[in-house]
Design a protein around this ligand. Structure first.
Ligand SMILES: *Cc1c(COP(=O)(O)O)cnc(C)c1O
Length: 473
């Protein structure tokens, strides 16, 4: 399978190439040249298979020659056979007649990002071994990505990771999930300033010749195609349990960077009969405005009890604009350049109509989010995290408005374990969720991180001084 950039001018790459490259060199994001198709019979034949086996079937066409059949089976069995605390990996829980939860938080750091990052960590190692190279991963996190990425690469020999977090602005659980991992290839950097400042340092490092001249840099954010591909799998495993391809399912997805819900779009393009994909946002609602009125304009970020969805712009939305808009890279490059200059744009008619065929959207306020936590607890005895509650609140709101077919089940993606956000949950229902035993003594372990000033040079110099790796091993 070959991959092309949404902005049309970067060279096409194979799966191994896009996995190691992250962002395309023209500033675009990689997508496969065409969507693999599964016939109804092929989908039916996946029923009853374990998660790892569905993963092999769904990901096979995307990976092409980059992994042999034996390598793909081995990596899927290893990741989805040993790294998750639930044998189903992504179990369904019924809430009522129409609503279900898809629990995606059974990985090591209690958020859905583990499902893809555990695989990505293993893929990096395979490809780097083959090339005899090393990779220095530099990333910025407002919480969940950092811990999931660190757990995915800790202790590996060909990757090392520098993870920047805004000092004092991530939760205690989130910070400890990063800073208590003691491995020589893990470096935690607490940066003065906001998440956006940390993110800006990371972006600058990727274009700084002093850094790229000596280090082979890699990215783990959801612009990396391999992460989206891994997330397509749980749309298949869950829809199969409802009787796909012979019965349709809708999904409500708590959305920030548009990665998780775009994976649902990919599943639909491959032939999985998805009725609706609900893009659920908090008050940072750029995506809801874009999908409901075509107005894609960025404002400031309002901090909420769902920090992993507090975004200004959603990088992966560009993938939808490209695919739904007719795959015209040159036109999209121009549209994105003008957006980057003015922070605002209108969707074209073709983009808006292409999106409207599958997506619905809803913005959920903080009060509605707390109310959805309460409702799940009182009506169904389920303690849910606030991000999940945004998804469930959106599903309820659209169902009440008559926008959803009552005969079609609605699955809300449960993106984090409630114990990751205990304060917001306790405020809503008066019960403090406890951490599952598998995360161990998180609050008893020693933390390790360095404090750095907010300027770019401090971060760059630290990385250059402490990086063990050079591009060639
Ligand atoms: C990252 C994250 C999201 C947002 O997912 P995107 O793929 O960025 O849209 C939602 N909920 C939780 C708990 C997350 O960690």
């Amino acid at each position: 399978m070959q991959y092309v950039s949404t902005r049309g001018s970067a060279p096409a790459l194979d799966f191994e190439g896009v996995t190691l490259a992250g962002l395309a060199s023209d500033g675009g994001l990689y997508l496969p040249v065409e969507w693999p198709q599964f016939s109804p019979d092929e989908i039916r034949s996946m029923r009853g298979q374990p998660y790892w086996q569905v993963a092999v079937t769904v990901m096979r066409p995307f990976i092409g020659d980059s992994l042999s059949e034996a390598e793909l089976i081995a990596v899927c069995k290893k990741v989805y056979g040993t790294k998750f605390a639930h044998a189903a990996i992504a179990p369904l829980v019924q809430l009522d007649q129409q609503h279900w939860l898809l629990e995606l938080f059974h990985g090591p750091t209690l958020a859905f990002k583990d499902v893809a990052l555990q695989l990505l960590g293993a893929l990096f190692e395979i490809f780097l071994e083959r090339r005899n190279e090393r990779l220095t991963i530099v990333g910025a996190t407002s919480g969940d990505t950092g811990s999931a990425a660190i757990h995915a690469v800790a202790g590996r020999t060909r990757t090392e990771i520098f993870m920047l977090h805004p000092k004092g602005r991530v939760s205690d659980v989130q910070r400890r999930q990063m800073t208590t991992v003691r491995a020589p290839n893990v470096h935690n950097l607490a940066i003065e300033g906001s998440f956006d400042d940390a993110q800006a340092h990371v972006k600058r490092m990727f274009t700084d010749a002093d850094v790229t001249g000596v280090l082979n840099l890699g990215a783990v954010n959801s612009i990396n195609w391999a992460r989206l591909m891994a997330q397509v799998v749980y749309y298949f495993t869950s829809a199969l349990q409802f009787g796909a391809p012979d019965r349709r399912v809708s999904y409500s997805v708590p959305t920030g960077n548009f990665g998780d819900v775009f994976a649902g779009y990919v599943a639909a393009r491959m032939g999985l009969p998805i009725e609706r994909l609900i893009v659920a946002t908090n008050v940072n609602d750029i995506l809801h405005r874009a999908l409901s009125s075509g107005d894609y304009s960025a404002g400031g970020v309002t901090p909420t009890i769902t920090p992993s969805m507090d975004i200004q712009v959603s990088s992966n939305f560009e993938r939808l604009l490209y695919d739904a808009g007719g795959r015209d890279g040159a036109a999209l490059a121009q549209q994105m350049r003008s957006f980057e200059a003015t922070k605002a744009m209108q969707l074209t008619n073709r983009q808006a109509e292409g999106a409207a065929a599958l997506f619905a959207s809803c913005a959920v306020s903080q009060i509605e989010t707390s109310r959805a936590v309460q409702q799940a607890y009182q009506a169904s005895q389920q303690i849910i995290d606030p991000h999940t509650a945004v998804g469930l609140g959106a599903a309820h709101a659209l169902a009440a408005a008559g926008a959803l077919d009552p005969a079609v089940p609605v699955v809300t993606l449960a993106t984090a374990h409630p114990a990751k956000f205990p304060d917001a949950v306790e405020r809503a229902i008066g019960v403090r969720p406890s951490l599952p035993a598998r995360v161990g003594d998180l609050f008893g372990r020693e933390e390790s991180y360095v404090d750095l000033a907010g300027d770019y040079a401090a971060t760059r110099d630290y990385v250059l001084e402490h990086a063990a790796a050079t591009g060639a091993a």
